[in-house]
Design a binder for this molecule. Structure first.
Ligand SMILES: Nc1ncnc2c1ncn2[C@@H]1O[C@H](COP(=O)(O)OP(=O)(O)OP(=O)(O)O)[C@@H](O)[C@H]1O
Length: 302
């Protein structure tokens, strides 16, 4: 057990059962259950307004659920004991204009028993040239980098990251993904919401997808790809040749012929039998974005 989780008992990082929440006339969450195991990254995904932020706020203890029960490392969400173990990157951040990132990080670090070194966070989140500037004139992305560092400053056992890379440049996004994955590999637990499928795919082990407050899909990424059951087949043909038979629907793009199929083995066999000049055949599972799009399409066709 690593130092982060040694004080957290043996319960899962998050255990939420049948959470319901009404905001005004809207049923923001209905019967939401989810678990986050230790040392795991879970992606909570869904369209705008699906209920992701509401769920995170309940798990962090910022909102009260109307029904259901949520525990963090076996103690009620929102309790002091639960809050001691969590780090948070909220969607909206507002820092005092007169303070510098160094002052904010040093102040926050002083509240924890085993904080991260400020110098390490500066390096991880690329805060070097910003660290002693007053935050009044900070851009959105600069502010976001500090918000990310703050989530990790207490060396927490569980981090909630609500659209953490919104507004970040490409370097910042890569920095977050690498750090998030390293944090999870080292035993940390992460609940991530994001609209960037590549970010979910690179950081998370599992996803829970919600729609209008209800869980509509969940599983490991491998599981979900298997359920979608489609692969992308790409191949080369001599100039002027076009695919035929079941490969006739292939499209030419990125310098290769490509087709998505639920029966990649059969299609490849037929392709080789009917077109002996086929070369550089590759069969790869669909990426997460295309997998989800296909599952959604199948759902609407049902
Ligand atoms: N303070 C509020 N007042 C009124 N409605 C609210 C409030 N907070 C949330 N809602 C509603 O609850 C639903 C869930 O909102 P939530 O912010 O949890 O969605 P989300 O999945 O995080 O969306 P996004 O991807 O856009 O951030 C939405 O329909 C939203 O309009």
């Amino acid at each position: 057990m690593d130092a982060r989780t040694s004080q957290c008992g043996s319960a899962p990082a998050i255990s939420a059962r049948a959470i319901g929440k009404r905001i005004g006339r809207i049923e923001a969450l209905s019967d939401l259950s989810l678990d986050l195991h230790r040392g795991e990254a879970l992606g909570l995904v869904g369209t705008n307004g699906a209920g992701k932020t509401t769920a995170l706020e309940i798990l962090q203890g910022l909102r009260r659920a109307d029904t259901g029960k949520a525990d963090i490392f076996g103690v009620p969400a929102g309790s002091i004991a639960a809050r001691r173990h969590i780090g948070v990157t909220p969607q909206n951040t507002d820092f005092p204009e007169q303070m510098s990132p160094r002052e904010v990080l040093t102040f926050a670090a002083a509240h924890f028993d085993r904080p991260q070194k400020v110098s390490d966070l500066v390096a991880t989140f690329g805060l070097g040239r910003l660290i002693d500037r007053r935050m009044g004139g900070f851009s959105g992305g600069e502010t976001r980098r500090l918000a990310l560092a703050l989530a990790f400053v207490g060396n927490p056992a569980l981090v909630f990251a609500d659209e953490p890379t919104a507004g970040l440049d490409t370097d910042g996004q890569e920095m977050f993904k690498a750090h998030a994955r390293a944090y999870v590999e080292a035993g940390g637990s992460l609940l991530l919401t994001s609209h960037h499928w590549d970010e979910i795919e690179q950081v998370c082990d599992r996803i829970v997808m919600i729609d209008r407050g209800r869980v509509v899909l969940e599983g490991t990424l491998d599981d979900i790809r298997r359920r979608a059951g489609h692969c992308r087949i790409s191949f080369d043909l001599p100039e002027g040749a076009t695919p035929s038979g079941r490969a006739a629907d292939a499209r030419y793009g990125d310098g290769r012929w490509q087709i998505v199929s639920a029966d990649s083995d059969g299609l490849v066999r037929e392709l080789i039998a009917t077109e002996p000049r086929v070369a550089n055949l590759h069969v790869i599972p669909l990426d997460l974005k295309d997998t989800i799009a296909r599952l959604n399409q199948e759902e609407t066709e049902r």
